[in-house]
Design a protein around this ligand. Structure first.
Ligand SMILES: C[S@@+](CC[C@H](N)C(=O)[O-])C[C@H]1O[C@@H](n2cnc3c(N)ncnc32)[C@H](O)[C@@H]1O
Length: 174
């Protein structure tokens, strides 16, 4: 049991411990690195919060009650959906996180997921009937590793989930 909890990829605490235990860089996708969530959020808020009138907040993606419904144009997820899907209680986790992303989006807004997962392993979760959005898929070639041949199918997938102009009631999401 202890081992499962230590490797709960869908829990921010697991990543906090891992980021501080491992030397940088730990970037799993696309070469954009953002490091430890809690420290990063505090740093960004301190550095840019007042200046650019941006707000940086930490939250569990499965529970965004602190964020208003229909308030945001974009929810950007890089490597988080994959982590929650690999974590403990993964099925309820991805159901909650997609419902929450949907809820906080404005009608016409988009939930954008950068993922390792091919469509046959992701669309079933993203295209639940309760989520009234249309999903389009953009494959992105992985950066080439020197001395290794580039394979055409060596891609990440960017899933763009565009919320319909008229959203269903919140009650039907969960
Ligand atoms: C593989 S890392 C990706 C980090 C970064 N987005 C990147 O691409 O470099 C997974 C991230 O998901 C965050 N995370 C894991 N479970 C979470 C949850 N339930 N709610 C919010 N964030 C979570 C961790 O804090 C960690 O920073």
């Amino acid at each position: 049991m202890a081992a499962a909890v230590e490797r709960d990829y869908g829990a921010a605490d697991y990543w906090e411990r891992r980021y501080y235990a491992e030397p940088p860089p730990l970037d799993l996708y696309l070469g954009y690195e953002d490091r430890a969530c809690r420290a990063l959020v505090a740093h960004m808020q301190h550095r840019y919060g007042a200046k650019d009138r941006l707000e940086y907040r930490e939250a569990d993606c499965r529970d965004l009650r602190a964020f208003d419904e229909c308030a945001y144009d974009l929810v950007l997820d890089k490597a988080l959906f994959d982590c929650v899907l690999c974590g403990s209680q993964n099925l309820s986790g991805v159901a909650l996180m997609t419902a929450e992303a949907f809820r906080v989006l404005k009608p016409g807004g988009a939930y954008v997921v950068v993922s390792h997962g091919a469509p046959q392993t992701r669309l079933g979760y993203l295209e639940r009937p309760a989520l009234d959005w249309r999903v389009s898929i953009v494959p992105v070639q992985k950066p080439r590793i020197a001395a290794e041949p580039q394979r055409a199918d060596d891609v990440y997938y960017v899933y763009v989930c565009r919320k319909a102009a008229r959203a269903p009631s919140e009650a039907s999401l969960y």
